[in-house]
Structures are given as C-alpha cells and as structure tokens.
Write a new protein. Sequence first.
Length: 213
Amino acid sequence: MLTIDARGEACPIPVVRTLKALAALAGPGSVETLVDNEVAVQNLTRMGEGKGCAVASERLGEKEWRVTVTTDVALGVSDAEAESATCEVPTPGAPSAAAPAARKVVVAITSECMGTGDDVLGRKLMGSFVYSLTQLDELPATVLLYNGGAHLSCEGSAALEDLRGLAASGVEVLTCGTCLDHYGIADTLAVGEVTNMYVIAQRLTGASLVVRP
C-alpha cells in the first residue's frame, strides 16, 4: 500500500496525486491518502469510483480523514489521461433526450449578481438570467459556479429551482469545492456536483463558447 499525505494541499492536488499513485502501482493494490477536509474526501471518492476502484474513507480526527482507494487491475494512464479521468464524472439518470447540443456552451457564473452597480438589481438580473437558460432551445453543456457564484447552488438561493431544472434536463451543474469551503456553505449544496479547479479549467478550455454573465 502506498500512503500519500495530502493534508494542507489545495483541491485538486490530493486527487491528482492519488490517481498518479494508482497508476504507478502497475497492478492491483491500494493507495491511502490523508486529507484535512471533506471536499477532498468527496473528490477522492468520486475519482476512485469513476475508475472502478473500491473506496473506503475514515475520519481520524476533527480535521483529518483517511481515504483508501483499491484497484484490482493496473491503471496504466498518462498524466494527461489521469487529469481527464478525474474530470469525467457521469451524471446518473440524466435524460438522454434533453442532452446538450453538440456545440459545447459553458456558462461560468462567478457572482450572485449580474453586472456591477446595484447589488439588489444584480441579484434580480442573475435570477432572470438563470431562468432564461432553462427556456433556451439549445441548453448549455455545463454551468460552472465559482467564487461568489457558488452561493447559487446552495439552499436558500433564488436560482436553485431553475438550476435543478437545468440539471434534470441533462445540464452539468458544477460548483467549486474550495469556494464552498471558503464561504462555509459546503453542507448546503443542493444541486449538481462539487468539483475542482482541474475540472473547471478543462470545461472552460474545452468549450466552444464560454458565457460569463
């Protein structure tokens, strides 16, 4: 078994280090990763399960977890392939009929407000924008929520039901885990998945069009 001490390391470094260690095993085996936040545990679990591995997590202390990822086969992947595999998280049960169009439109929302000036108006405009997304003939492939935009996917958000509608229609809704932790709202996420900066970078660079309201 390989052990990685990723405590104190920002997301998504624990995921990348763990996946590279799994590839380095060159056969069946386990990688044990120590982390200091629940978002890292979730990301490691998602990565492991996405690669067909068995994943077990254990809380060791107030801010310490151990995540053990076990593979029965060799995971011979390159660094680039490893990062790509980390990013690809299937959305169970997404209706195929409403899948996004071939053109990859990514909506990147970085604030609760749309535009600058009056925040009350800005919040109203953002709510209208998210609602308008649900009415488009061509849905976006992904909605990314980071920095202040992370609030929109959490309980109490005026845009929550519209984001849920987008997710139910097959749109990928991803919220930055580091941002959720920073604002202390990780426990209130109510739609979509927690993600990391590699995924955000991949979605932005792989998009046909990036929309920033």
